[in-house]
Design a protein around this ligand. Structure first.
Ligand code: FAD
Length: 684
C-alpha cells in the first residue's frame, strides 16, 4: 500500500466515522420522540409520504435562506385552517418526484421557490431542477400546481429559478392553477406581492376544489408538553442538538468539535480579534476574526460566512412581557405527523426559544395580524386588527413606516396590556426561525488558512418615525458590536441600544465565541493570475476584494517570476472617516508592485459633488474598456438596489460608446460575460 492508498483509506475511514456519528445523532434525536408520529416512513417518495399521512394538499418549498420556507409554511397553515384541507408542507430537498404525476386528481401542489445567484435554484433544489428540466413532454400532464417565486428585481435574472420551474413544468404538461406569483425583495414588496397572489390563489382553489371557507382557526401542528425540570436533554439555546451536554458525540476525545459544519450544525468559533473600522462615532463598522483551527473547515477566498445570532436581551424581555410568557417554562413539541418538522431543538425553555430560536424583531407581515384576530384580547383590538390586516395602506402607515416589530406593534395596539390569549404553540409555529446572517469573507484562504475575517456595518439608527422612540437595530451586527466593545474592554451599557447574553447557553459561547459555518459561493478570482481584474465594491462591498487582494499578495510572495495582470479596485465611501481598511491598501499596492490600483469615490465630502463608483468607472472608461477587451473578469459586490444597477449601466454605456454599438447590444455583451463567469456579482 503506497501513500496515496493510505490517504484514500484514511479519508474513507473518516467519512464512515462521520457518517456513523451523524446517524447516531439522528438516532439520538429521534429516540426522544414517542409515538405521536402518524407515520415513521423514511421514504423520499413524495406521493407515498402524502398517502401514508392521509394528506390531500401538497406545499413544497425550495429555500436558500429560509424565506421561501417561511412563506410556504404560512400558506400551508392558512390553507389548512381556512379550508380544512390536510396539507403536507415539506422541503423539496427531502423528496423524489419521479411519480408525482400519480398524485390523486384532487390533490394540488403549491411551490415556493427562491432564486439564488444568477437565477439559480437554491442548493437543496438541484435534484428537483434536474427532474423537471428533463421531464418529457406530457409526462406531468395530471399535475396541477400553483407557484410563488421569491426574487429580487434588482438582479438580472429576477425570479429566475421560479420562472424556469414554470417553463419546465408547463413543457412537461403540468397545469398552472391561478397566477404565477412573484415576490420582489428588491422593491421591498415581497409581503404585499404574496398577499395579493395568495388572495387570488385561494379564490381559484375554492372554485376548482369546491372548498368551503370558514373563519381562520389556529390548529397546532404539534402537541406541546410541559416538562418539570431541566436535564442534560433540554436545550437552553444550543444552536443544534449536537451541543447538548447529553450528547457526547459533538466532541472527540481531545474535546475538538466534530463536523461537518453546515446549516444543521455550526462550528462554535472563538472570536479572536475585533476592531472598529470607522473613525466617526455615529455609525460603526466592525472587523471580526474567527478562529476555525481544528474544525477542518476549509473555505475559499470569496465564500460567505454564516453567523448564527441570538436576540438582544431588551427584545427578549419585551416579547416575553407582551405575551405574558414564563421564560423558565420547559416544553417539548411532538409533531402530529411525520411530515411536520420541529423547527428548533427541543425540549427547550420558553426563554431559550425566544432568545435563540425565533426571529422576534424585524418587520412584520400583514398576514400575522390576520392570524392574530382570533386571539385579540378584546373587541376593539379585534376590529383594529381586522382593519390593519385588510387595509394595505393603513398597515403601511401605522405599522411598517414606524419600524415596529411584533411586540412593539401589539403593545401599541393594546396600549401596553399583555396579549396573554395568544397560545405558545401559535408563536412557535408562526414566528419564523431565527436565521444565520451571511457575510462575504474579507480574508484570503491562501494567507489566512485558519482564520476567517468578516466586515460588517452595524445596523443601528434612530427610528425615522417622529412618534416612536428608540433605535431600529439589526440582530447580528449589534451582537458583533457588543462583542467588539466587550472584547476590547469598552463600555456597552450606555453606548448600545441593545445588549446580549454573550456567554450563550450553558456558557457555550463564553470567552467570545459564536456559532458559524461557511457557505460556498461562485465568487472566485480567475485561476490565471495574468488575467486582468476589475473589482467594484463600495462600503462593505469591499469585503471580498480585501480577500482577493490579500490572495494575490500571498500568491506573489510564494511564486517567483509571475506576471500579475492589472487589478483595479473601484471603492466608494462617504468620506475619509468611513474609508474601510484605509491603512492596508497602500501596503498591498507596494507589494503588488504596480499591478494593483485603487480608485476611490467619496459621496459626502464637504462642498463637493457626490461621486459614486459608477461615476469613477466612466472617468476611467478607456482603461476599463481596454481591460474588458483583454479578457478582464469583472466583480461587483455590495448594495443590490442602487449600486449594482448603476455599475451595470456605466459598463453598458462604456461598451456602447467605445464599440459604437447599440445599448441593447452592449447589454447583451454583459449578459454573455455573466454567462461565461467573467461578470460576477455578490450583492445583497
Ligand atoms: P437584521 O436583524 O437582519 O435586520 C435587517 C435590517 O432590518 C436592519 O437594517 C435593521 O435595522 C432593520 N430592521 C430591524 N427591525 C426592523 C423593523 N421592525 N422594521 C423594519 N426594519 C427593521 N453585510 C455586511 O455588513 N457585510 C458583508 O460583507 C455582507 N455580506 C453579505 C453577503 C451575502 C451573500 C448576503 C445575503 C448578505 C450580506 N450582508 C453583508 C448583509 C448581512 O447578511 C445582514 O443582512 C446585515 O448585516 C444585517 O444583519 P442584522 O442581523 O444586523 O440585521
Amino acid at each position: 500500500m503506497d501513500n496515496t492508498d493510505l490517504g484514500v483509506l484514511c479519508a474513507l475511514i473518516l467519512a464512515i466515522a462521520i457518517y456513523l456519528k451523524r446517524e447516531q445523532i439522528k438516532e439520538f434525536i429521534s429516540s426522544n420522540d414517542d409515538d405521536i408520529m402518524a407515520s415513521n416512513s423514511d421514504s423520499r417518495d413524495v406521493v407515498q409520504v402524502l398517502r401514508e399521512n392521509n394528506k390531500n394538499y401538497l406545499v413544497l418549498f425550495a429555500s436558500q435562506t429560509g424565506t421561501a420556507e417561511d412563506y410556504a409554511k404560512k400558506f400551508a397553515k392558512e390553507l389548512a385552517s381556512k379550508f380544512s384541507l390536510k396539507v403536507m408542507c415539506g422541503d423539496i430537498e427531502q423528496y423524489d418526484f419521479e411519480n408525482i404525476n400519480e398524485l390523486p386528481d384532487n390533490v394540488f401542489v403549491t411551490l415556493f421557490i427562491s432564486t439564488y445567484g444568477e437565477g439559480d435554484f437554491p442548493d437543496g433544489a438541484v435534484q428537483f431542477e434536474d427532474f423537471i428540466s428533463n421531464a418529457s413532454e406530457g409526462s406531468l400532464d395530471t399535475l396541477k400546481f400553483s407557484l410563488f417565486g421569491l426574487g429580487n428585481s434588482t438582479y438580472e435574472f429576477y425570479n429566475g429559478a421560479a420562472r424556469k420551474a414554470l417553463d419546465y413544468l408547463k413543457a412537461a404538461g403540468a397545469t398552472l392553477v391561478g397566477d404565477f406569483g412573484q415576490g420582489d425583495d428588491g422593491a421591498g414588496t415581497t409581503d404585499e406581492d404574496y398577499m395579493t397572489w395568495k388572495g387570488n390563489t385561494f379564490e381559484t382553489l375554492k372554485d376548482k376544489l369546491h372548498l368551503d371557507e370558514h373563519e381562520q382557526k389556529f390548529e397546532p401542528s404539534f402537541v406541546l408538553k410541559k416538562l418539570e425540570s431541566i436535564d442534560d436533554n433540554v436545550a437552553v439555546g444550543e444552536p443544534s442538538l449536537h451541543y447538548l451536554p447529553c450528547n457526547k458525540l459533538t466532541y472527540n476525545s481531545e474535546k475538538v468539535q466534530v463536523g461537518p459544519f453546515d446549516l444543521s450544525q455550526p462550528f462554535i468559533a472563538p472570536v479572536v480579534k475585533t476592531y472598529e473600522l470607522f473613525k466617526n462615532t455615529d455609525r460603526n463598522c466592525i472587523h471580526t476574526e474567527f478562529d476555525v483551527s481544528g474544525s477542518n473547515i476549509k473555505y475559499s477566498t470569496g465564500d460567505h460566512l454564516a453567523v448564527w445570532p441570538s436576540n438582544a436581551t431588551e427584545k427578549v424581555d419585551q416579547f416575553l412581557k407582551v405575551f405574558n410568557l414564563d421564560p423558565g417554562m420547559i416544553f417539548d413539541l411532538k409533531p402530529l405527523d411525520s411530515t411536520i418538522k420541529v423547527p428548533f431543538p427541543t425540549p427547550t425553555t420558553v426563554g431559550a426559544a425566544v432568545r435563540q430560536y425565533l426571529e422576534i424583531s424585524g418587520p412584520i407581515s400583514r398576514q400575522i395580524f390576520g392570524q392574530l384576530v382570533q386571539f385579540a384580547p378584546n373587541q376593539d383590538i379585534k376590529q383594529k386588527l381586522i382593519d390593519l390586516s385588510t387595509d394595505r395602506d393603513q398597515f403601511a402607515i401605522e405599522i411598517t413606516a414606524k419600524y415596529f416589530d411584533l411586540a412593539d406593534a401589539l403593545l401599541r395596539l393594546s396600549e401596553g396590556k399583555p396579549w396573554s390569549t395568544v397560545p405558545l404553540e401559535f408563536l412557535v409555529e408562526t414566528i419564523p426561525h431565527l436565521q444565520p446572517r451571511y457575510y462575504s469573507i474579507s480574508s484570503s484562504s491562501l494567507s489566512e488558512k485558519q482564520t476567517i475575517h468578516i466586515t460588517s456595518v452595524v445596523e443601528n439608527f434612530p427610528n425615522p418615525s417622529s412618534d416612536v422612540e428608540g433605535n431600529v437595530t439589526g440582530v447580528t451586527t449589534n451582537l458583533l458590536r457588543n462583542i467588539q466593545l466587550a472584547q476590547n474592554k469598552q463600555e456597552t451599557k450606555d453606548s448600545m441600544p441593545v445588549h446580549y447574553n454573550l456567554n450563550g447557553p450553558r456558557d457555550l459561547l463564553a470567552g467570545f465565541k459564536l456559532p458559524v459555518h461557511v457557505r460556498r459561493s461562485t465568487f472566485r478570482l480567475p485561476s490565471n493570475p495574468a488575467t486582468p481584474v476589475i473589482m467594484v465594491g463600495p462600503g462593505t462591498g469591499v469585503a471580498p476584494f480585501r480577500g482577493f487582494v490579500r490572495e494575490r499578495v500571498k500568491f506573489l510572495e510564494k511564486q517567483e517570476n509571475i506576471k500579475l495582470g492589472k487589478h483595479i479596485l473601484f471603492y466608494g465611501s462617504r468620506n475619509q472617516d468611513d474609508f474601510l481598511y484605509q491603512d492596508e491598501w497602500p501596503e498591498y499596492s507596494k507589494k503588488l508592485d504596480g499591478a494593483f490600483e485603487m480608485i476611490v469615490a467619496h459621496s459626502r465630502l464637504p462642498n463637493a459633488k457626490k461621486v459614486y463608483v459608477q461615476d469613477k468607472l466612466l472617468e476611467r472608461e478607456d482603461e476599463v474598456f481596454d481591460m474588458i477587451n483583454n479578457g478582464a473578469f469583472i466583480y461587483i459586490c455590495g448594495d443590490a438596489k442602487g449600486m449594482a444597477q448603476g455599475v451595470h449601466t456605466s459598463l453598458v454605456d462604456i461598451l456602447t460608446r467605445k464599440k459604437a454599438i447599440a445599448k441593447e447590444d452592449a447589454a447583451e455583451i454583459i449578459k454573455m460575460l455573466k454567462t461565461t463567469g467573467r461578470y460576477q456579482e455578490d450583492v445583497w
